[in-house]
Ligand binder design. Structure first.
Ligand code: GDP
Ligand code: MG
Length: 426
């Protein structure tokens, strides 16, 4: 059975949730393998419009087991709230269709506080964090102060671990940030309350995935964010604190022994560029075009509501993005949002001084890079009802073919609207 991995090749918010929802109809298991509730994956289907933060985007199908893998970080309160909200909107979720790895790391309220305090300390020099505690909790994971979700079944152990972590955290809060300390009791009660609500879903997901493979179930892995936010290869330090690359997917999902399987990596790529948060963004545009595109495409953060920064399509960034994802195919999203522009710019190279650059550089160079554009003809027609590539306006076909040639991976899917069916399959 092939294993499909859906990843972002840009700055995130490419429409991964939308594609995972589409692919889930042919999946038995969908796994989120990294990140936390800083994600905002929008799914529009017959049940309504949903912004999923932790729950995998396969949750709308009763036949799918949705897993939060060991590579994720889980704010127990946010996870419990999200679950209740989905159930209250009529989505059936049971301990059979939703599973949380006992090895995922708990994101505590003190991680959220640390994130807030740090952004406050940095002031205008901040990273544009979503302030969900993600960097602090991944930091603690690697400092070995993290606490695994399964600890909720061992209250004494949990309390001792919280104490160990808080002992250090409070020194930071009180002496560096000049904020009040947190108490072990409050954090322990928080974990027991919300952990208690999630307890029926917590399990050893490694065994679950082992069985899924033995019974030849169809496995789909869902990433959060995109290549350019990867902790290792993204626009460091304007990155997230986890690895959203397909190369990490199996590891973060707890999926072992899958080496012989044929991995299919679907890189999701937006027809123009957007990014939230700080850092260099070479093709950024301001003014009327950016504002109108932001409105038509509704480019506001699914988690934070912040207006996304808008830019022309960046082939240097996207080629790098697709390559590092080992993308075997691309899903191009939001083509419909480009209708009505007389021409479209594509950044084919960067220029630093008189050097022409084809490969995505490190951050200090990226800050100096100027975009080199080519310009293609635009189109006026509304493409949102089109379901066949041949029926697209000629300039739209040329635009897609040019992106494909520049990024060097075939564009197999073209999304022309947020709804499940608004998709062209080539
Ligand atoms: P994700 O984080 O990668 O899942 O993407 P987000 O959900 O944060 O952002 C993508 C946004 O674009 C959401 O509001 C989607 O509903 C919307 N969207 C996805 N594909 C399309 C498309 O082809 N056309 C339009 N108009 N909107 C789309
Ligand atoms: Mg998003």
């Amino acid at each position: 059975m092939p294993i499909r991995i859906v990843v972002g090749v840009n700055w995130g918010d490419e429409g991964k949730g939308r594609m995972v929802d589409y692919f889930s109809k042919d999946a038995d298991v969908v796994i989120r393998f990294q990140g936390g509730n800083n994600a905002g994956h929008t799914v529009v289907n017959e049940f309504g419009t949903f912004k999923l933060h932790l729950v995998p985007s396969g949750i709308f199908y009763q036949h799918v087991t949705n897993v939060l893998g060991p590579g994720t970080v889980i704010n127990l309160e946010a996870a419990a709230d999200e679950l209740q909200q989905l159930i209250s909107r009529g989505i059936q979720i049971t301990s059979e269709t939703y599973k949380i790895s006992d090895r995922a790391i708990i994101c505590f309220p003190f991680h959220v506080l640390q994130d807030e305090y740090e952004e406050e300390r940095l002031g205008s020099g901040g990273f544009g964090s979503t302030k969900q505690g993600i960097a602090p909790v991944y930091g603690d994971k690697y400092l070995k102060y993290g606490i695994q979700v399964g600890a909720i079944r061992y209250p004494d152990y949990l309390k001792a671990q919280i104490g160990r972590c808080i002992e250090l955290k409070n020194r930071l809060f009180e002496n560096v940030y000049r904020k009040p300390p947190v108490t072990v009791e409050a954090m322990f009660n928080w974990a027991m309350t919300f952990g208690g609500q999630l307890e029926p879903y917590v399990c050893d997901t490694i065994r679950l995935l082992e069985r899924a493979q033995q019974t030849r179930q169809r496995i789909l892995l869902e990433a959060q964010l995109g290549t350019l936010r990867d902790i290792h290869y993204g626009i460091y330090p304007y990155t997230t604190s986890s690895c959203p690359l397909s190369g990490f997917a199996a590891l973060g999902a707890g999926l072992f022994g899958a080496n012989d399987e044929r991995l299919q990596v679907t890189g999701v790529m937006k027809a123009f560029s957007t990014c939230v948060g700080a850092g260099p963004f070479v093709t950024e545009i301001h003014g009327e075009l950016a504002d109108s595109l932001r409105e038509t495409a509704f480019e506001y953060g699914a988690k934070t509501g912040r207006p996304r920064r808008i830019g022309h399509f960046d082939a240097v960034a996207s080629r790098y993005g697709a390559k590092l994802q080992n993308a075997t195919e691309l899903a191009l999203t939001k083509l419909d949002c480009l209708s009505g522009q007389s021409s479209l710019k594509i950044c084919t190279h960067y220029k630093i001084g008189d050097r022409l650059i084809e490969n995505f550089p490190i951050t200090p160079e990226l800050s100096l890079a100027e975009p080199v554009y080519e310009e293609l003809q635009g189109w006026d027609d509304d493409v949102s009802k089109i379901r066949r590539f041949e029926q697209l306006p000629a300039p739209a076909k040329l635009y897609i073919q040019r992106l494909e040639a520049l990024v060097r991976v075939p564009i197999k899917y073209i999304s022309v609207g947020p709804e499940r069916k608004a998709l062209i399959v080539r």
